[in-house]
Design a protein around this ligand. Structure first.
Ligand SMILES: C[S@@+](CC[C@H](N)C(=O)[O-])C[C@H]1O[C@@H](n2cnc3c(N)ncnc32)[C@H](O)[C@@H]1O
Length: 367
């Protein structure tokens, strides 16, 4: 088996010599690896360590080289990990990487995930597919125990963020939108779809951490059992209304059909207490991890309304103020925060007139 040995966080493993380094990644040889996803795996490790569960059974259902599985087994105490992939060549890498780290708490598995998750259930199930997770969600939910955690990556960010509207409607039964809110809406359409899939099986969800990074969306969800939990979660679904010509936007259970996007998850994105316990120490990119933790901790996650400074500038035809001045001026009027979704974006529930006058005030302050 050809390969190169790399170190990520506190773990070393072998990956194919030819591998992706950026973007959604291509399958270059027979086994997939994308070094840019090191950040995604870092977040995974930070979250599971902060969760601090005892005796946690983990299914890395689409493991490829086993990078994620082996990192979890090696870096998160008290875990027992099944590293599964349908591809027999991938399982050769998994076996080698288990051996390289002398892991006794990680086993290889070479099955379609549907069959693994129909026969066994786990405290944590990870879905990390090429593109959309939709075809695998039912199996993942079935294999997730009560109070278990479902972790889902979606690299089909283009349809979810409105670049391919019809594709999003087919896959997620939801209408996406373009513009400054597209990533927030894309993330929430993914979460909304998971919420409805869970509800079909009388299960509900409590989000632990949900974000957009690089070319993908990722959400970690605590799964609760029972019809009441399902109903509670469904009651947090809704629509975003957005009229690009007036900049007016809102979140509602039903809105004007011409400017209606969704359905999507309208509840929280984060568990703040868990976030406060996550630490970047020992991660492969501690600076990026520390800065995203700081960003998430201050980010409003209950208001799904995002604005862009550029949008307000072209709407009002007035020059752009300094971003920090604008944030200060908004915060004096009510709740407002920066968002990890982009450097010129912010979140607030303030009415539009207030936002525009905060914008003017910030511009005057800087001149
Ligand atoms: C994007 S890669 C996973 C990357 C990996 N989690 C990592 O962090 O490097 C997707 C993997 O899913 C596997 N896969 C696709 N369909 C599957 C199925 N039905 N059951 C199990 N594995 C599957 C592919 O063989 C591929 O290795």
């Amino acid at each position: 088996m050809n390969g190169v040995r790399i170190k990520e966080g506190g773990t070393e493993f072998m990956v194919p010599e030819e591998h992706s380094v950026k973007g959604p990644g291509k399958i270059r040889g027979s086994v997939f690896f994308n070094s840019q996803m090191a950040f995604n795996r870092d977040v995974n490790i930070m979250l599971l360590k902060a969760l601090g569960r005892k005796n946690m059974s983990v299914a890395d259902a689409m493991s490829a080289t086993g990078a994620r599985a082996v990192r979890i087994a090696n870096e998160v105490p008290d875990t027992f990990v099944t590293a599964n992939d349908i591809n027999a060549d991938a399982v050769e890498y998994i076996k080698q990487n288990i051996e390289l780290n002398s892991l006794e708490n990680c086993v290889p598995s070479n099955r379609p995930l549907g069959s693994l998750l129909a026969e066994e259930s786990f405290d944590y199930v990870d879905l990390d597919p090429f593109g959309s997770p939709v075809p695998f969600l039912h199996a993942a939910i079935s294999g997730c125990r009560r109070k278990g955690i479902l972790a889902v990556t979606a690299t089909d960010a283009a349809p979810l963020s409105g670049a391919h509207r019809a594709k999003c409607e087919r896959r997620y039964s939801a209408r996406p939108l373009r513009g400054p809110m597209c990533h927030e809406a894309g993330l929430r359409i993914l979460m909304g779809h998971i919420c409805r899939e869970l509800a079909r099986l009388d299960r509900g969800m409590v989000p632990l951490l949900s974000f957009s990074a690089d070319h993908y969306f990722r959400t970690y969800i605590l799964v609760e059992n029972g019809a009441a939990a399902a109903d509670r979660s469904l009651s947090q679904m809704g629509y975003i209304s957005y009229d690009q010509t007036t900049m007016e936007r809102g979140f509602a259970s039903e809105t004007d059909k011409d400017h209606k996007y969704g359905p999507l998850w309208g509840g929280k994105l984060f568990d703040r207490e868990l976030l406060s316990r996550m630490s970047s120490e020992g991660m492969s990119d501690p600076r990026r991890c520390a800065s995203i933790l700081e960003m998430w901790r201050q980010e409003i996650d209950s208001v799904p309304l995002v604005y862009s400074v550029d949008e307000i500038s072209s709407f009002t035809k007035r020059p752009t103020p300094k971003f920090e001045d604008l944030m200060e001026s908004l915060r004096r009027r009510g709740d407002a925060s920066r968002t990890h979704l982009g450097p010129v974006l912010f979140k607030t529930s303030l009415p539009l007139e207030e936002i525009v006058s905060a914008y003017d005030e910030a511009y005057s302050a800087g001149h």
